[in-house]
Design a protein around this ligand. Structure first.
Ligand SMILES: [Zn+2]
Length: 326
């Protein structure tokens, strides 16, 4: 028996999840991101205490994105390689784009993205691609009765079949270490023959940021599927009840868990109970403050310019990648 741990961090904020189309998995599509960033936090948020925080707000768990994998494989903040589930397995993902013969997503291929590094680290390749990705592929084949030879294809092969956009993943990465998709499928078959045992860890149950009390004036506070009152109510939180805060980055809508449901509630009606204290800082004296003021101002201008430039680059990479993945 081979062991695989899957962390569950469903992309409640993504349009793909919200538009969720149920379908039975009929194949596996294997992708890698095409950008040199091996950390999961680039794509998977909110932080569960393992991922680390993406401060740029450009993860795939956000409205407006058009790429959304069923799962992501890459590094946690501490460098260990992990698998994160982003969509229910029996739901259509947005990965392949289209070719002249159709679209692999719609043909029932579920798939994952492996976070690429610069494609030179063999240890990471063996761990992420030939390790965790092979195990996840074998697990899906086991669960849905799929034959690896017939049903497992990478983006490059799907393009050749006319079912995906023109992209070289993951063939390009395999080639760097002398392997092909035939080798990948052979590794999947070997794992499948042994059998895969999966341990699921639900991130929302394991790691909240802190607890908060519902202090709404009415009897119930609505927990909604999205960050607006137009979204469906997934649970009604009674006044005075305790919820777990999962993400408080948005000043208006906090992501919270309540009795097994999770969604968004209005921050103004939530009062933190055991929020960890911010680190205290020593106050500078007035003269120090005066001396620092022009320096701080300069620093702020520089940082703002740098941030603008950085976001423009990230945006360009994202556009390029989405264009390629469509
Ligand atoms: Zn791809």
């Amino acid at each position: 028996m081979r062991q695989l741990t899957i962390y569950q961090r469903v992309f409640y904020d993504s349009d793909c999840y919200k538009n969720g189309i149920a379908q039975e998995p009929a194949g596996v599509q294997v992708h890698s991101t095409g950008a040199p960033n091996s950390y999961l936090k680039r794509y998977v948020q909110p932080d569960d205490g393992r991922l680390g925080r993406n401060i740029y707000g450009n993860s795939h768990n956000r409205p407006g994105g058009d790429v959304c994998a069923s799962a992501y494989i890459g590094k946690l903040e501490d460098g260990t390689v992990a698998v994160y589930q982003a969509l229910p397995w029996e739901q259509r993902c947005w990965l392949s784009g289209s070719g002249p013969n159709g679209n692999a997503n719609r043909k029932g291929y579920i798939g994952f993205e492996i976070c690429e590094d610069n494609l030179t680290d063999e240890r990471y390749f063996l761990d992420a691609v030939m390790g965790q990705a092979v195990l996840l592929t074998a697990y899906w084949c086991q669960e849905y009765g799929l034959d690896p030879d017939a049903a497992v294809r990478d983006h490059h092969e799907l393009h050749d079949m006319g079912l995906a956009s023109n992209h070289a993943d993951i063939t390009k990465w395999l080639r760097k270490f002398g392997r092909t998709m035939t080798d990948y499928r052979a590794a999947v078959k070997a794992a499948l023959a042994e059998g895969i045992q999966v341990t699921y860890i639900n991130c929302d149950e394991v790691k909240g940021m802190y607890e908060a009390k519902a202090t709404n004036p009415g009897s119930y506070l609505n927990l909604r599927k999205g960050k607006a009152t137009t979204y469906a109510v997934v649970a009604k939180i009674p006044q005075g009840a305790t919820v777990t805060v999962l993400d408080d980055a948005d000043p208006v809508w906090w992501q919270v868990a309540y009795k097994g449901s999770q969604g968004y509630a209005m921050a103004e009606y939530l009062t933190p109970i055991n929020k960890p204290a911010e680190t205290t800082q020593t106050q500078p004296s007035e003269s120090q403050e005066e001396a620092l003021a022009p320096l701080l101002e300069n620093l702020q201008v520089t940082l703002e310019a740098a941030r603008g430039a950085f976001l423009a680059v990230l945006d360009a990479i994202e556009k390029l990648k989405e264009g390629l993945n469509k």
